[in-house]
Design a protein around this ligand. Structure first.
Ligand SMILES: Nc1nc2c(c(=O)[nH]1)N[C@H]1C(S)=C(S)[C@@H](COP(=O)(O)O)O[C@H]1N2
Ligand SMILES: [Mo]
Length: 424
């Protein structure tokens, strides 16, 4: 049995008991401590009796003892809002295990609410610089060859809370909750392109959503995007949830969340970008010299320790450090952890399989000596990209920028064991 230290409030009492037992053994080494803890469970009298079950149902709910929620927010630094003002809703990274985000906890960013589209009426138009144009139904798409793959989606704004300052009361859900990983199923873009016969001069594609916001983005048709992009109708084994684009959305593994157009209604092919307001007024990156970068499309190498993390309280002795790493370039190659404020680093263990453009779980054992310190993680991907520290990112980008914040996240720990969001 593997030790698990997720903290739900109702478990605090037992946790204190098992932790004492665990600590007894910790002096004899971490592997030994697991056995020591088990040996102290005395008899069947220590184990609660069996219980009568309730009726079976059409679908299952979380345990009534488990309280996991996303947090709707109104933008950087605007937390605890009226849900009517929310522009995004963040994933509780601190309360999840493994690498896959449950569908209902996948972060959400919707610019004009969630339309309830009727799948029988919905259509996808393929047009522009093509030999023919086509209007497809959902059933047409479902009859085509499909792929399923895991991919993270990350909002370009993930991390924006920490560009200028660090509010020490933030949790990892506040700082990094705009990234999630699901398995998506749908039709490869390449297949659709072959159907309509794209002209060789068509090097760009416009993808437009069917919501009131009319989110539309120009996407360069590089080899990588031609190979990996797809029009999805499935999410974690079921139809897309309305919040995530039902009945169809574009999936762009490794690229800005904003390009993963939800409620997809149109793909247009052309020889230049359309310069929509989503790539001129919005989603551009203001640099230190006042100039802005356009089409910075790839999500960078990133990682964050999810436990211990902001607002948690830890005790001296054995602690398990765990977190998530991801890169829009490919696979996570390694994650290093520092428990002394980035002075020295140790390599963390990665949970397998490590898949490209997917969040990867990492973990490491740590005996905390009870002195105030800082813990940090740093990821490296298989293309050699290393997650920068905050000083390096700021030196490169300045602090006018709002997007693509992928600096190493530092959690400060004081002598009382309180974990806080700090800049470095
Ligand atoms: N049509 C449409 N597509 C959209 C959006 C939107 O508001 N409308 N939001 C975009 C943004 S900014 C992000 S980060 C992702 C979020 O996807 P999710 O809500 O499934 O996590 O969808 C993108 N696609
Ligand atoms: Mo986004």
């Amino acid at each position: 049995m593997r030790p698990v230290f997720e903290k739900f409030p109702s478990e605090a009492a037992e946790d204190a008991v098992s932790r004492r037992r665990f600590l007894t053994g910790a002096s004899a080494g971490i592997a030994g401590s697991v056995v020591a803890g088990r040996a102290m469970a005395d008899s069947l009298a220590d184990v609660p009796p069996r219980e009568v079950g309730s009726d079976l149902s059409g679908h299952s709910e979380r345990s009534k003892y488990v309280h996991i929620e996303r947090i709707p927010e109104a933008g950087p630094g605007r937390r605890h809002v009226d849900p009517g003002d929310a522009i995004n809703s963040k994933t509780p990274l601190d309360k999840l295990v493994g690498a896959i985000t449950p569908s209902d906890l996948h972060y959400e960013r919707s610019h004009a609410g969630v339309p309830e589209l009727d799948p029988a009426k919905h259509r996808l138009l393929l047009h522009g610089m093509t030999q023919k144009q086509l209007v497809l139904t959902l059933n047409d798409l479902k009859a085509m060859p499909s792929i399923s793959r895991m991919a993270f989606i990350e909002c370009t704004g993930n991390g924006w809370e920490n560009w200028k300052k660090a509010d020490e009361n933030l949790t990892v859900q506040n700082t990094h909750g705009l990234v999630s990983t699901n398995e998506w199923t749908g039709v490869p873009l390449k297949f659709l392109i072959q159907l309509v016969g794209k002209n060789s001069g068509a090097t760009w594609m416009l993808a437009e959503g069917g919501d009131a916001a009319g989110v539309a983005r120009s996407i360069p048709l590089t080899d990588e995007i031609m190979d990996e992009a797809f029009v999805a109708y499935g999410q974690n084994g079921e139809p897309l949830r309305p919040a995530h684009g039902f009945p169809i959305r574009l999936i762009m593994p490794g690229f800005e969340g904003n390009l993963n157009i939800k409620w997809l209604r149109r793909l247009k092919f052309g020889d230049q970008p359309w310069m929509t307001r989503w790539e001129t007024a919005r989603y551009t990156q203001l640099l230190a010299d006042g100039k802005a970068t356009q089409f910075q499309l790839r999500m960078e190498t990133n990682s964050v320790i999810t436990s211990p993390s902001g607002t948690m309280v830890i005790e001296p002795g054995y602690n398990r450090i765990t977190g998530l790493a991801w890169s829009g370039h490919g696979k996570v190659e390694k994650v290093e952890i520092s428990t002394d404020g980035a002075k020295s680093w140790k390599q963390a263990e990665l949970s397998h399989p490590v898949l490209p453009k997917t969040q990867t779980r990492f973990q490491m054992s740590w005996i905390w000596d009870g002195r105030s310190t800082k813990i940090v993680s740093r990821s490296t991907d298989d293309k050699g990209n290393v997650q920068p520290d905050r000083a390096a990112l700021i030196a490169l980008m300045g602090t006018n920028a709002l997007f693509h914040y992928n600096a190493q996240q530092t959690w400060g720990i004081d002598a009382a064991g309180r974990v806080r969001n700090v800049l470095a």
